[in-house]
Design a binder for this molecule. Structure first.
Ligand SMILES: *[C@@H]1O[C@H](CO)[C@@H](O)[C@H](O)[C@H]1NC(C)=O
Ligand SMILES: *[C@@H]1O[C@H](CO)[C@@H](O)[C@H](O)[C@H]1NC(C)=O
Ligand SMILES: *[C@@H]1O[C@H](CO)[C@@H](O)[C@H](O)[C@H]1NC(C)=O
Ligand SMILES: *[C@@H]1O[C@H](CO)[C@@H](O)[C@H](O)[C@H]1NC(C)=O
Ligand SMILES: *[C@@H]1O[C@H](CO)[C@@H](O)[C@H](O)[C@H]1NC(C)=O
Length: 269
């Protein structure tokens, strides 16, 4: 009887094979402060929970909106390092029920004989980002906030990108993301970051990919004795430094799905 049961269990595991349909971040809770992701108030209707896997390792986590074809947020541990040289973008095989290591479109097209249309059903593809003048694919988990070759490469996945104004990306935001973050995190031992994008009223690629109205970032840091938090939000080319509470209040209003809570106990323990 027992061996039959075991056989059944292992058979069903085999049958599940590689396609993982998940509704949580249970495989990568380590990217969230106290292993606690933000509450439901940020979850869109057509969501995917992606533990971003590259070279058989998890590097960060992304809540993805399959209808808007942009991430809601990426969550990661801040470990700044030099910028990588030119990299190619990946897509997410999980969203077409293939194994979960991120791959290039070329790889999927050649090794699984599927086309851009199939790949692009639930996610943005490179073609969506071509022929744009002012918009570039902007990282939610930035490669400059990661310090190994693999974790930097892993940020170049389109499920971690949103159409972002080139001017904002190159100027104001960069100042906050680089200098301000470095200043703020002095004396932090571990800093957990959640960076997100609020869907806007315009889109690119014939309506396929939403252009966010706001980009935001919240950080929760542990020092040897306490915790502290800070946040920024950008609208058009204007960036503001906020408290965590202020950001949560603004996001609750912008998303309109209830009170947003980004960190376990508001990062206050
Ligand atoms: C890499 O650099 C080349 C030459 O500058 C450019 O044509 C190409 O688009 C870049 N690739 C990526 C993925 O940025
Ligand atoms: C197809 O898969 C093989 C084995 O993983 C890999 O070496 C090759 O580069 C892939 N093809 C493309 C076009 O990426
Ligand atoms: C990007 O920012 C520039 C500078 O503020 C602005 O002129 C331009 O309209 C913006 N582009 C888009 C597509 O929002
Ligand atoms: C988008 O449209 C809604 C409804 O018309 C409006 O309330 C909101 O302010 C607009 N958002 C932006 C960023 O323009
Ligand atoms: C949301 O927060 C506000 C202000 O703190 C509070 O008055 C309200 O009861 C909260 N709503 C819910 C649904 O928790």
């Amino acid at each position: 009887m027992l061996w039959l049961l075991l056989l059944q269990v292992s058979a069903s595991c085999l049958w599940l094979g590689h396609s993982e349909v998940v509704t949580s971040f249970e495989k990568c809770p380590q990217f969230f402060y106290e292993e606690t992701p933000p509450n439901e108030a940020l979850t869109p209707q057509n969501a995917a929970w992606i533990c971003q896997r590259y070279n058989n390792q998890y590097h960060f986590a992304t809540l993805y909106d399959k209808s808007m074809r942009i991430p809601v947020y990426s969550a990661y541990i801040y470990q700044p390092g030099p910028l990588p040289s030119n990299e190619s973008w990946f897509v997410e095989p999980q969203l077409i029920t293939l194994p979960n290591n991120m791959k290039t479109e070329d790889f999927l097209e050649h090794n699984y004989t599927i086309g851009p249309q199939q790949i692009g059903q639930n996610q943005a593809i490179s073609e969506d980002y071509t022929n744009l003048n002012e918009l570039v694919p902007g990282h939610l988990c930035p490669s400059g906030h990661q310090n190994t070759d693999d974790s930097k490469s892993a940020t170049f996945t389109l499920t971690n990108a949103v159409p972002m104004n080139r001017t904002l990306s190159n100027n104001a935001w960069e100042f906050y993301e680089n200098q301000m973050m470095a200043e703020k995190m002095e004396s932090c031992t571990t800093t957990y970051v959640i960076k997100g994008a609020v869907p806007g009223n315009s889109s690119i690629a014939n309506g396929r990919v939403n252009v966010p109205s706001h980009i935001w970032l919240a950080a929760c840091c542990q020092t040897s004795t306490t915790t502290k938090a800070w946040a920024f939000i950008a609208e058009e080319n204007h960036v503001q430094l906020l408290t965590l509470k202020e950001l949560e209040a603004e996001l609750s209003q912008l998303y309109g799905r209830g009170n947003v809570s980004l960190f376990y106990r508001d990062c206050a323990c």
